[in-house]
Design a protein. Structure first.
Length: 310
């Protein structure tokens, strides 16, 4: 005799069904993130056009910044699909619900790839800035070349794709019972819910390769660059471009530190129910918004403080 399949309700895999949270989620992820994301998409297209122009791409730093803007563009695009559609689909939009549940298993690993590439391309740009500003000219001429920058970008993207392969097996589309009959929802797979997998991939590997490691490196590099800029006079145009990159790194540290904090809170309270568990869903939405804000803010850093960009 076969086991009977029990179909769950369509809110079974939601982080929270509290009406107050649903309102908050719609305002933050459904409206605010969408508006910021639209600005970010336009801004990153402009960044790519400027930094891949004939006069800019002869240097290494613009290549890193163009690659970062490209990664941020697709990061925003995938975030808008996952978070904006997810927020709107709960408000009687059947087509958006179908689009989200059909596309999420494919978009989710792509979003993870571009989030990782944004981290490491920012690190690569910071290292390039450190070599250019702090180290001797001979070192800069050896390592800060367009050819090396292109090779580094290719290696970074290959690593990001390989590192995020497990995300392709973490969520799935499952049938469920909705208000209007049979429907579907996105739920974590058995792999995603496995404690050993979560501990290794999310606790140790995420903390090392995507959170603490890159953030500590960026902080140290930024301190060295800021100290050098303050204590050494540079050409006004070169100094303004360095300042804009310093601000890009600063915004990255600030926005991703919040995401790191949320990750640690999830690890601490992942099995705890009640008020602390309910607060986490609010912080997750906030961290998602901050990541999109970070991917959007780079354009304004370049535009306001970068003479060559303007």
């Amino acid at each position: 005799m076969q086991d009977e399949f029990v179909m769950s309700y369509c809110n079974a895999c939601l982080g929270s069904t509290d009406p107050d949270y649903q309102t908050y989620n719609f305002a933050v992820s459904g409206v605010l993130l969408a508006l910021v994301g639209l600005v970010g998409l336009v801004g990153n297209v402009l960044v790519v056009r400027v930094y891949l122009s004939r006069s800019q791409r002869i240097h290494s730093t613009p290549i890193y910044l163009a690659a970062l803007a490209t990664s941020d563009f697709f990061l925003i695009l995938t975030a808008m699909f996952l978070f904006v559609l997810e927020a709107w689909r709960h408000h009687n939009y059947p087509f958006l619900a179908w689009l989200y549940t059909t596309g999420a298993p494919f978009i989710f690993p792509l979003a993870a790839v571009f989030q990782t590439s944004s981290v490491y391309l920012c690190v690569a740009a910071a290292v390039d800035c450190f070599i250019t500003v702090v180290l001797p000219t001979s070192v800069r001429q050896l390592y800060c070349t367009p050819r090396r920058a292109k090779i580094t970008v290719i290696w970074i993207m290959n690593f990001c794709v390989f590192y995020n392969i497990p995300h392709a097996f973490e969520i799935e589309k499952v049938p469920c019972i909705g208000d209007n009959g049979l429907s579907s929802q996105i739920c974590p797979t058995d792999i995603r819910k496995d404690p050993i997998y979560y501990t290794i991939y999310y606790t140790y590997m995420y903390t090392t390769f995507l959170a603490v490691g890159p953030l500590i490196l960026l902080i140290l590099l930024n301190i060295c660059v800021v100290y050098t800029v303050v204590t050494r006079k540079e050409d006004n145009g070169e100094e303004s471009d360095t300042v804009s990159l310093i601000l890009v790194v600063f915004f990255f540290i600030f926005c991703n530190f919040t995401a790191l904090l949320v990750n640690f809170l999830e690890l601490i309270f992942m099995y705890q129910v009640g008020q602390l568990g309910d607060i986490l869903v609010y912080l997750v939405d906030l961290s998602n918004l901050l990541i999109v804000i970070n991917a959007t803010a780079n354009f304004f850093c370049y535009f306001l403080f970068g003479v060559s960009f303007r």
